[in-house]
Design a binder for this molecule. Structure first.
Ligand code: SF4
Length: 182
């Protein structure tokens, strides 16, 4: 029987390589879209819908957590600790993933955050290891960054929406602040 893995997914393009890799490892892959860090809401929806296209292409199930998209929860975690906001942002999403994977009797969990060259890879890995302590579900670690270029090329081939910034309103500002005068 195939082992069940819950893959936390931040967006469609980042999901491509991890889904292919895990399917090739003979896992039964279920995706989880839980990302209250993505602002504004319409951007969250665009990324969600792009992921649903990817999921259809690879024929995997997605657990959508739209009802848990809560701006307040996100900002309560990061306001006054903006310099370390990514840590709290990862923590929030990984905590939820571990909880759903454990309750859902998945054998493993992992995250597409481990695919991005722009994220703090070792911080994410440590959080996954720490947050599963005492739980039955296991963390499946793999450095998905090896598939960075493949994922980009494939997302272009599939014509999947590709975002211009990480997710939160802070990252949107950092990406586009050069548009401001002065
Ligand atoms: S930059 Fe990205 S990882 Fe960091 S807090 Fe913003 S959305 Fe989260």
């Amino acid at each position: 029987m195939k082992k069940k893995i819950l893959l936390h997914i931040c967006c469609g393009p980042c999901a491509i390589y991890p889904i292919e890799y895990l399917k090739n490892m003979d896992f039964e892959v279920t995706g989880l879209y839980y990302n209250p860090n993505i602002h504004p809401l319409m951007e969250y929806i665009k990324r969600r819908d792009a992921l649903l296209e990817v999921a259809k292409y690879y024929n995997i199930k997605i657990i959508l957590k739209d009802k848990d998209y809560c701006l307040d929860d996100y900002f309560r975690k990061v306001v006054f600790r903006e310099n370390n906001r990514c840590f709290y942002c990862y923590q929030m999403r990984i905590e939820k993933t571990v909880s759903i994977a454990n309750k859902g009797k998945f054998d493993y969990f992992t995250t597409t955050l481990l695919y991005s060259k722009f994220q703090k890879h070792n911080v994410i890995k440590s959080l996954c290891e720490d947050l599963r302590m005492g739980k039955k579900v296991k963390f499946f670690y793999h450095d998905f960054r090896e598939g960075w270029k493949y994922g980009i090329d494939k997302s272009k081939e599939l014509n999947i929406y590709r975002q211009q910034y990480c997710g939160c309103i802070y990252s949107e500002f950092e990406r586009f602040k050069k548009e401001l005068n002065n």
